[in-house]
Design a protein around this ligand. Structure first.
Ligand code: GCV
Length: 840
């Protein structure tokens, strides 16, 4: 919000030298806080910025704000801010409102400003035109400092300035699923920054840097261990180690929290059980919490996963989640701590034969009847959809089912079901749709963002939680562009009304500088990437058709069926989809308020994107788009794979505009993604072709004129193998070298002479590093080692990888020979070769 003030406009101070923007070598470590030198035109805008800095007060958080201002201004403008002399010169002034007011009584804070909000204002301070960054809290001052620096980095005008920002929800946390061993469940960027070999790391530098990143986007808490919690995390002997993490978080205004196991009173406390209503258990939690706060006075609280996926829980004693949550919450309450109780509670031994069974119902069935029974410092943490972080799900009905209970939304920054940071998927596009989704309760506007921020039903608390799982990888998440998801989570948690384009652009500028071509290209890639991924992985709300009992990565269409996990799509010869209607199905639609229930209950009214989540339809059913379901499956997968290929071209247009190392790294990832999108496309299209028996009207599926199957080549040493499931290899087969030495597969080029691009589809397992060599007419033209660390120990959809050899001159009759040299368990496995006339 911008106020008109008559309290003065900042004068301008010449900062001097105009520099050219240098594209800084970028490992990604600094993420969006690079503070790279501004290009001369942009730099000029800040000529008049005060050259001194006044900090009112002395605390760890204010010192962080001060150091950040110094660092940022120095990096971007080359100037060192000097310590300002109060009442003698213009300055940037940092301080809480109480401190500012004492020094400048004329300054009146906007009445709407609450905790953590900040005000950036050009105003007189002790007689001099200054730039004031203030807030009710020190943390808010820090957020304001970051906001100002972000503006400068993006070349925004800051003279005059009068801007007030207020976070949408009071609690904006990230969760890490780090194990004490140092591994991270569903983490794709290296080992834990917190733990190593059962203890907190000796060196917590990265943890401190992470807290800085989090603070820069307004995140105020972090749960550092896996929700599948190791009870030892709150063992008395472990508490001093937790205190060390809290120490590095504190100066960035980030509260430490941990996940706890409900059986702790038994496992750690030597009780004979953990019945939440047993007085000894109540006492256990009380004394444990007191001990924690003695060592960590600003401790944030606990997260609980119970009665879910094998975790212990109150159901063992016939108690409810409210019984369990309240006991712990009451221990936390006197200290101001919070208890997050996860709604991800379900039976993973469901009988799949019963058409009325439905995992999607679980959270609402369990928690809605308990509405109003939870204490005020309990927050029910609800995953955005009723299943589990799929590429597309409807919004969980539980958000609309809790009116007298605090709730928070759990989003997943780590890309468990969405490409594991090997595929570019900008998730805020999905999150924004979810947050804007209107439950239309009592016909009033009831968007999810207002429910989870506690606004709609005037709850004392509300929360945005993002499962981040950053690791020791220098760029935090593995894929350099995946950092946009962490940034986007923070921005949406701060202000869910921001457009995704706004903060996608912000992130791009902060990360890559202000080159408009770069900003435009990367923003466009980000904004289309979720739909692209959905197109080639999971159509029409059938969920991500991945290997759900294993890696959650590559295609695994039948893995969800005929087991108790309940992620069924129920595709058979006739049709596909889960009937979740009240009338004929599982009754799930009845969990939504009437207006939404009616929408999803009706086959005609259900949006195409979610059709198969709610209805079972024949393949010939016509969508609103006019296409049949089966043709949509074919078309969307071809479209998705083409869009993924187009990302490569878009990125290539940025060569020499982004730092070289970063350019090459991202290019390799996008090329891999384009290849893997084809693996997905072919697996899904062929599976549905075989299952439905309905051919692709465009004749693409099952016809690959440019493809030479490895098993059809002349083989020396190599033997043909069946790949399981069959759809994850072309023709269901590949070849493997069972010898200890080199095997060869060859064929003769039978097409018109010309320049061709050659794609070699091979399987890159993580239990060996095979070498491949390509010869044309006996001349070696290429060699590579299959050394990626994909989540696969066998040939299949997780390991299938494409290697492209560009612009190969081929003549009719040329022998093309592939030599495969196996290594370890990886038998130099190959699927096929494709030759396309080169267009480059
Ligand atoms: C931490 C999914 C994931 C699990 C995760 C669980 C949860 O099932 O695959 O790895 O466990 O969700 O959110 O608790």
């Amino acid at each position: 919000m911008v106020h008109r003030l008559n309290i003065g406009i900042l004068g301008l101070l010449l900062l001097g030298s105009l520099g050219l923007e240098t594209v800084r070598a970028n490992t990604g470590q600094d993420a969006w806080l690079r503070y790279a030198p501004l290009e001369s035109g942009t730099l000029k805008k800040y000529d008049s910025m005060p050259a001194s800095l006044i900090v009112l007060g002395d605390s760890a958080v204010l010192r962080s704000a001060q150091e950040e201002m110094m660092r940022g201004v120095k990096g971007m403008t080359g100037k060192t801010l000097r310590a300002g002399k109060s009442g003698r010169e213009r300055a940037i002034v940092l301080g809480t409102y109480a401190a500012i007011r004492a020094a400048a009584p004329a300054l009146v804070l906007p009445s709407s400003l609450g905790p953590d909000g900040f005000w950036l204002v050009s105003a007189k301070f002790r007689g001099f035109d200054s730039l004031i960054i203030t807030s009710l809290t020190e943390r808010g001052v820090l957020y304001g400092a970051f906001a100002l620096l972000s503006k400068v980095a993006r070349g925004e005008n800051i003279d005059p300035l009068n801007e007030e920002q207020q976070p949408y929800a009071p609690i904006r946390w990230v969760d890490q699923w780090d194990n004490l061993s140092g591994t991270i469940e569903r983490g794709y960027a290296g080992p834990s920054i917190f733990f190593e070999k059962g203890s907190v790391r000796a060196d917590l530098t990265r943890a401190g840097e992470y807290a800085r990143l989090l603070a820069s986007i307004g995140i105020n808490g972090c749960t550092i261990n896996n929700v599948n919690a190791d009870p030892r995390i709150i063992d008395d002997s472990f508490l001093p180690q937790l205190a060390r993490v809290a120490d590095v978080f504190r100066s960035w205004g980030v509260q430490l929290a941990v996940s706890v196991d409900l059986s702790s009173p038994k496992v750690l406390g030597n009780l004979d059980g953990f019945d939440p209503l047993d007085l000894r258990v109540i006492e256990y939690w009380g004394s444990k919490v007191d001990k924690i706060y003695r060592q960590i006075p600003d401790f944030g609280g606990f997260v609980v996963k119970a009665d879910s996926e094998g975790r212990s829980g109150p159901s063992s004693y016939g108690r409810t989640p409210a019984d369990a949550a309240n006991v712990i919450a009451r221990a936390l309450n006197p200290h101001g701590g919070i208890l997050f109780y996860r709604a991800f509670v379900y039976d993973h031994h469901l009988d799949w034969r019963n058409p009325k069974n439905d995992r999607a119902r679980a959270a609402y069935d369990i928690f809605h009847p308990l509405d109003g029974k939870f204490d005020d410092n309990v927050i029910i943490q609800i995953k955005y959809g009723p299943i589990d972080f799929q590429a597309r799900e409807p919004v969980s009905p539980l958000f609309g089912g809790l009116e007298k209970t605090n709730q928070g939304i759990e989003l997943q920054i780590t890309q468990e079901y969405t490409g594991q940071q090997r595929h570019l998927v900008f998730l805020p596009t999905m999150w924004k749709e979810i947050l804007d989704f209107d439950f239309r309760i009592n016909d009033g506007g009831t968007p999810v963002k207002d429910l989870v921020a506690g606004k709609k039903f005037r709850r004392p608390a509300g929360a945005f939680v993002g499962v981040a799982n950053v690791g020791m990888n220098p760029n935090w998440l593995g894929h350099p562009l995946a950092l946009a998801n962490l940034y986007g989570f923070g921005r949406l948690a701060w202000d869910p009304n921001l457009s995704t384009k706004t903060f996608a652009e912000e992130w791009t500028r902060l990360t890559f500088g202000n080159d408009s071509v770069v900003t435009k290209t990367i923003t466009a890639m980000l904004l289309t990437s979720w739909r692209t991924y959905e197109n080639y992985t999971g159509p029409l709300g059938a969920q991500t058709l991945t290997d759900i009992t294993g890696s959650h990565y590559g295609p695994g269409i039948e893995s969800s069926e005929r087991n108790g996990w309940g992620q069924w799509h129920r595709a058979d010869h006739e049709g596909i989809g889960m009937d979740r209607t009240v009338e004929t199905g599982t009754g799930f639609t009845g969990q939504y308020p009437p207006a939404i229930r009616d929408l999803y209950e009706s086959l005609q009214a259900t949006p195409d994107d979610l059709l198969l989540f709610f209805h079972h339809v024949p393949y010939t059913y016509r969508l609103h788009s006019g296409n049949t379901v089966i043709q949509h499956i074919y078309d969307s997968h071809y479209e998705g794979a083409e869009q993924a290929a187009d990302f490569v071209l878009q990125w290539k247009s940025l060569e020499h505009r982004v730092p070289d190392g970063l350019y090459t790294d991202v290019l390799a990832r996008l090329e891999y993604q384009a290849g893997h999108a084809i693996v997905w496309r072919d697996a899904i299209c062929n599976w549905f072709l075989r299952t439905s028996g309905i051919p692709d009207a465009k004749g693409r599926v099952g016809n690959y004129p440019d493809r030479i199957e490895a098993e059809a080549m002349q083989l020396k040493g190599y033997t043909a193998m069946d790949v399981t499931p069959w759809e994850n290899a072309s023709g269901g087969k590949g070849i493997e070298c069972l010898k200890l030495s080199t095997c060869t597969a060859s064929f003769h080029f039978g097409r018109t002479a010309g320049i061709y691009d050659m794609d070699v589809q091979y399987f890159d397992q993580n239990n060996g590093e095979s070498t491949f060599r390509i010869f044309v007419a006996n001349r070696q033209i290429n060699e590579w080692v299959a050394s990626d660390r994909l989540p696969a120990t066998k040939p299949g959809g997780d390991s299938s990888t494409r290697h492209r050899i560009h612009r190969l001159a081929l003549r009719l009759g040329d022998e093309i020979r592939i030599e495969g040299i196996p290594d370890g368990e990886e038998r130099a496995p190959l699927d096929y070769v494709e030759l396309h006339e080169s267009t480059e």
